[in-house]
Design a binder for this molecule. Sequence first.
Ligand code: AMP
Length: 397
Amino acid sequence: MQTIDTYDFSGKKALIRVDFNVPLDENFVVTDDTRIKAALPTIKKVIESGGAAIIMSHFGRPKSGPEDKYSMKHLVGHFSKLLEVEVKLAPDCIGEEVKNIANALQPGEVLLLENLRFHKGEEKGDEEFAAQLSANGDCWINDAFGTAHRAHASTAVMAKFFPNDKMFGYLIESEVESLDKVLKSPSRPLTAIMGGAKVSTKITIIENLLDKVDNLILGGGMTYTFVKADGGTIGDSICENDFLETAKNIEKLAAEKGVKIYMATDVVAADSFSPDANTQVVAAGAIPDGWQGLDAGPESIKMLKKVIEESGTILWNGPVGVFEFEKFAVGSKAVGDAIVAATKKGAFSLVGGGDSVACVNKFGFTDGVSYISTAGGALLEYLEGKSLPGVAAVRGE
Ligand code: AMP
């Protein structure tokens, strides 16, 4: 398999699929350029190795055909500034004119193609559209992990046209490597911390992780579905009654597979779902009526810290309490602290999934964890054990 570090880009035109789906304000100014910045190392590698870069991305959700508000013209200036190269803008992403512009590129030059989703063929994974995109360059680099779970023309189908000239960009390469460190070759014990509001949204991941992890910490709102399934009293805590059987089944499977499940034994209960609710610490299975569990209690925090700090690999998806409210952020902060401490001692830690990333950013743990994945849907599908078309296509699987 080719890699971006071994491939010879000199004189080549590299088609690079990136994720430039960034937010704009009402004056079409980019308000968060994280995704553009994240793509720069791959683009720089190509142009600094004597190649020209042709950048492809989707942007927003155009309904049918070109829409001015979703034109890449709004991004090209900001992108040029960040890259410190004057990027050219193509009038479309396929067609004779675009092909001629692409063919005329000199080493070190960068061309941004117009929004891929102005053509229906992109999301349909249309082979003819992929062929036309491919005609613009000599090799294909997929660096858009955020769309790797989609079998779109530019994210997967294009691989067919570059059987020997396809590779991951740096961003997707580090995502996949980090995830594989957790899922395929973890230092043991491997601990997964699954938090968040609901069991229903995490069930497939939990089931897949039962085959891989040594310890499974279940936290946040989903705790109460398990506690109720085990016969506990949960007061007004969030609970998915349709998932009581599922919860029991997870516990049974975990026992069969030798996975230890850890859940809060004491919780901070509140008399309303609000930042200034009255609170009391109660046993997780004895929450009075009118009260709801919103955070892990002090005994539980001690136990969770110990499990996390003794781990060799840690995966964190979802806060263990309502971290948005100061009073109920203690558990999630403690989990973050323990992950940072374990990482310092040599553990590999990966944080992924919207709210745990928000949590890590909010409490300043960013530098203390090994890897933060911002991939959303693609990450969740990878954790669920699904093959990602954008990854499989590059690997030729
Ligand atoms: P998710 O998007 O599934 O990871 O859920 C994250 C959300 O779960 C956050 O907004 C938390 O406030 C919320 N959450 C965590 N613990 C609880 C709880 N005990 N009760 C209600 N919501 C919770």
